[in-house]
Design a protein around this ligand. Structure first.
Ligand SMILES: C[C@](O)(CO)[C@H](O)COP(=O)(O)OP(=O)(O)OC[C@H]1O[C@@H](n2ccc(N)nc2=O)[C@H](O)[C@@H]1O
Ligand SMILES: Nc1ncnc2c1ncn2[C@@H]1O[C@H](COP(=O)(O)OP(=O)(O)OP(=O)(O)O)[C@@H](O)[C@H]1O
Length: 297
């Protein structure tokens, strides 16, 4: 095998419960992730040195060792004690710095693609553990579907989700820094609990699959901090809520906003309406599969 391409999805946090700051500098989380149908495709080919490129130029993606895909490649080779390298090419379909875990998707895709390219037969347990050292959202990008995330988000376990929904994804022209949002959360919530509560009611609603019930229970503890850092988002949020009072959500640490729809035609109408008002939006189904091989060559 000379080339492998892996596709990995974006995520939304249906519930993002944030607790106190841990000694490792991250916050304790109780989150419900859902993988949604916006994807990055990552292709790996053996090379003399590590290198990363994009199929099309995208602002904000580093093209050196800071790229999380190269960090993933190095972590996997270190785990196996290998002295090998690869050229990694990313086709970006996930917004950059949008709170949808695009970089995490690339890291997960790289781990899987290199494992297959070199037939390393890394166990699922080891892949998830290595993923967790790269970033809080990376293990979920491997898993996909809908899952509970605890620890700092890296401990993932699947939950039953019989829903099938459409997300209207409202993009922002400017990104928002994840550490900055968590930092401001600390200022706003100095008394956050050590361990945030598990969102049992939403877990039940997901098993039942009723989008109305799910929409009522969407929650994100980072929202007040993101609103403060980006007051322009409040106006967009008000517009979205005037169209649908429930089912509006900030994606992760933002600035992307989301609207939940049961029916794809209604979702398309919303996209058309928001586009006419000058917003940049797209549509994504959920839940979808985690990182998976799409081509071997
Ligand atoms: C906002 C979310 O996307 C929700 O799923 C994640 O919590 C962020 O996950 P991520 O981008 O993979 O974050 P990481 O790469 O692990 O961490 C980046 C930075 O975000 C902050 N961070 C991240 C995760 C977490 N549980 N607490 C934090 O405070 C820390 O400042 C950390 O240095
Ligand atoms: N392969 C990559 N794709 C995108 N960004 C990357 C990548 N590698 C490193 N980065 C850097 O990571 C940072 C976060 O980018 P990303 O698009 O993952 O943000 P995000 O979707 O808001 O993340 P999250 O939702 O996990 O907080 C950016 O500063 C970017 O420069």
């Amino acid at each position: 095998m000379t080339q492998v391409t892996v596709r990995a999805p974006a995520k939304v946090n249906l519930h993002l419960g944030v607790g106190g700051l841990r000694p490792d500098g991250k916050h304790a989380l109780a989150t419900l992730y859902q993988a949604v149908g916006l994807y990055d495709d990552v292709t790996v080919v053996e090379a003399d040195d590590w290198a990363v490129g994009l199929t099309e130029p995208v602002d904000g993606v580093p093209l050196d060792d800071d790229n999380i895909a190269i960090r993933a490649g190095r972590a996997l080779t270190a785990h196996h004690g290998l002295d090998r390298a690869a050229r990694i090419t990313i086709a970006k379909g996930i917004p950059v710095m949008g709170g949808m875990a695009g970089g995490s998707a690339d890291a997960a895709a790289t781990l899987l693609a290199l494992d297959r390219l070199w037939d390393l037969q890394t166990s699922d347990e080891d892949l998830l553990r290595i993923a967790g050292t790269l970033g809080s959202d990376v293990p979920f990008a491997l898993l996909g579907g809908t899952a509970l995330g605890t620890g700092h988000g890296e401990i993932v376990s699947p939950v039953a989700d019989t829903s099938s929904v459409w997300w209207v994804v409202v993009l922002s022209d400017e990104g928002l820094s994840t550490p900055a949002v968590y930092g401001h959360f600390d200022e706003l919530s100095p008394d956050a609990p050590g361990e945030p509560p598990i969102p049992e009611a939403l877990i039940e609603a997901l098993a039942g699959g009723c989008p109305q019930e799910i929409g009522d229970l969407l929650a994100n503890d980072l929202w007040p901090a993101a609103r403060d850092l980006r007051p322009d988002l409040v106006d967009v949020e008000v517009q979205l809520r005037s169209m649908a009072p429930d089912g509006v959500l900030l994606s992760g640490s933002g600035p992307t906003l989301l609207m939940l729809h049961e029916d794809v035609e209604e979702a398309r109408t919303t996209v058309a309406e928001l586009t006419a008002r000058g917003h940049r939006c797209t549509l994504a189904p959920g839940p979808v599969a985690g990182a998976h091989v799409v081509t071997y060559g």
